[in-house]
Write a new protein. Structure first.
Length: 124
């Protein structure tokens, strides 16, 4: 099963992330990749550099960022694992690095299962 994990920040100290945090994230990413679990990951630019495309009332609208959400989405990871619990475990390890190595950082990660074509196959 594939899971998309999105990381949102609620509060963070001024300045860039600490070097030891970035090194620990890199090591965890290597471990997850070598285990065959991590397919892709990346940081995301601020929403001020993005756009939103939406349909409302039958009309298509495009608006430039930034968006008004209280929590900015800052990164994602794509895992292929056997269970949701395994995806949650990798994600928990990632979040704990932030807690332990960047004092004052607060945020959340959403672990979302991705559908595959088999999920839409007609019943046998």
């Amino acid at each position: 099963m594939r899971y998309l994990v999105t990381l949102k920040v609620a509060a963070q100290p001024d300045g860039p992330p600490p070097a030891d945090l970035m090194e620990a994230i890199f090591k965890l990413g290597q471990e997850a990749t070598e285990a065959g679990a991590l397919l892709d990951q990346s940081g995301l630019a601020p929403s001020s550099e993005g756009a939103r495309v939406e349909v409302s009332g039958g009309r298509l609208a495009v608006s430039d960022g930034p968006f008004a959400e209280a929590k900015e989405m800052i990164s994602y990871a794509l895992y292929e694992v056997k269970t949701k619990e395994e995806a949650v475990e990798w994600t928990s390890r990632f979040i704990k690095l932030h807690r332990d190595l960047w004092l004052g950082w607060e945020g959340q990660a959403d672990v979302l299962r991705l559908f595959s074509p088999a999920d839409f196959a007609p019943p046998a």
